[in-house]
Design a protein around this ligand. Structure first.
Ligand SMILES: [Zn+2]
Length: 72
């Protein structure tokens, strides 16, 4: 039994540390072994829409404040 050989498996593409082939994600930095699987699949793409929406709402709020402030 050589523990060093047993521990050697897949080198992490993110942090470079090796972990067992059985693990699907790196136990050190939680990067998935398969590069096709994004780390946050639920937020890929939709965050741009959220940011644009927040910026739009902020612009509208600023416009409303300036309109009400200028009425006096
Ligand atoms: Zn890692």
């Amino acid at each position: 039994m050589n523990e060093g050989e047993d521990m050697a498996g897949t080198p992490c593409r993110e942090c470079g540390k090796e972990y067992p082939d059985a693990a699907r994600v790196c136990p050190h930095c939680h990067t998935p072994k398969n590069p096709d699987i994004p780390r946050y699949p639920a937020f890929s793409g939709s965050w741009v829409i959220k940011v644009i929406g927040i910026l739009f709402l902020a612009l509208v709020a600023v416009q409303l404040v300036s309109i009400f402030a200028g009425q006096d």
